[in-house]
Ligand binder design. Sequence first.
Ligand code: FES
Length: 117
Amino acid sequence: MSSQPLVWFDIGSLSDIPVRGARRVDIEGDTVAIFRTASDDVYAISDRCPHQGGPLSQGIVHGDCVTCPLHNWVISLKDGSAQGADQGQTRHYPLKMEDDRLKLGLESCAVQESVSA
Ligand code: FES
């Protein structure tokens, strides 16, 4: 990760995401899966499994992990890393709650690139 300042984008509220489910947001040329756990923790990772690109947003959420629907790899929602013997990591995005709104953090240079594209 570089040290570029982050720009925070409003991506909705917690109630927009089903418990133990996910919602997809297309941003910065990536589809980001916003996950909500049973304990209402919220995480944002790329909706591409590090194995073969499976749609993690359609996986099963358990604890702070999601199981990919294609070949059952278990991916940490905290940092996008594959668990157990599997190797790989999908992109993880900073996320924060502000006044009941979820904000996704993107590097400002990346945002400028996507705006000008
Ligand atoms: S694509 Fe996710 S486990 Fe294979």
